[in-house]
Design a protein around this ligand. Structure first.
Ligand code: MF3
Ligand code: CO
Length: 256
């Protein structure tokens, strides 16, 4: 079922967006660096969620592809891992590529956002993937206008990723957001312009392009969660939660 939220409901979603955005900014700028353990990142997020009186969307999350409930507070995907990285004991090394994906419930409303960045020395290939995902996300947000369709978002993402030379895998993509983390509609990271549901004011969605450097294939780790490239190449992921309005979309998870 697709829900359209009223203006007062959208206002109530803002604190979740702010919380997720601020947490990711703080992690990137002040917490995550060469030498940081992924479990320290998870503990930081756990404590920040608790002290804010918010609740995690991840801890008890148990979809069909997960072998067990996620059991952690943030996805930490490193290097050839790109999505759903299960935090584990690992100290980040110089040049590692980290993707952090966070969805939190604040006062009954959810926001979902992801960023990728290098710790220590940036790598050219990684920066290119990150910039391409960012460009795809920005362009997709720009076409999230009433009267346009889901296919316009999907094709905008797919075209930018493809033109940059990346393969596109549509098994995981964007989704409706609201009182829960995942709702309809599904938003594939590729598709045909002019197709699919028509966007209307009040639609809240997470848009989340991701790429792998030299493949469009992945495998899961034995932890049942961490999604890794099939060929060992690295991956990047960028995600925002937005709301379609009569005018420009509201980016609930916009970072300072
Ligand atoms: N937030 C992710 C998404 O963008 C989902 C992560 S599910 C988890 O849809 F349980 F693995 F964290
Ligand atoms: Co998402």
């Amino acid at each position: 079922m697709i829900e359209f939220f009223e203006a007062d409901e959208i206002e109530k979603m803002r604190p979740a967006g702010r919380f997720v955005a601020d947490t990711l900014t703080e992690l990137r700028d002040d917490i995550v660096d060469v030498g940081t353990d992924l479990l320290e990142i998870d503990a930081f997020v756990r404590d920040r969620i608790k002290s804010h009186g918010a609740t995690s969307c991840y801890v008890d999350y148990h979809p069909s592809f997960g072998s067990k409930p996620f059991g952690h507070y943030i996805c930490t995907s490193v290097n050839d891992a790109v999505l759903h990285g299960l935090p584990h004991r690992y100290r980040l090394r110089d040049g590692d590529l980290v993707s952090l994906d966070l969805a939190v419930n604040v006062n009954g409303w959810v926001a979902d956002s992801a960023i990728s960045f290098n710790v220590g020395q940036p790598r050219t290939d990684d920066q290119r993937m990150i910039e391409t995902c960012r460009a795809a996300l920005d362009a997709a947000i720009d076409v999230a206008l009433p009267g346009n369709r889901i296919g316009d978002i999907s094709s905008t993402i797919g075209n930018i990723l493809t033109q940059a030379g990346y393969g596109v895998n549509t098994d995981f993509g964007g989704h409706g957001v609201g009182r829960t983390m995942h709702g309809d509609p599904h938003i594939p990271n590729n598709g045909r312009a002019g197709k699919g549901m028509t966007l209307k004011p009040g639609l809240a969605i997470a848009i989340e392009p991701w790429v792998l450097n030299t493949t469009d294939r992945y495998r899961f780790d034995s932890d049942g969660w961490t999604l890794r490239s099939a060929d060992g190449s690295r991956g990047a992921h960028m995600e925002h939660t937005i709301v379609v309005t009569d005018n420009e979309p509201i980016v609930l998870t916009e970072r300072a």
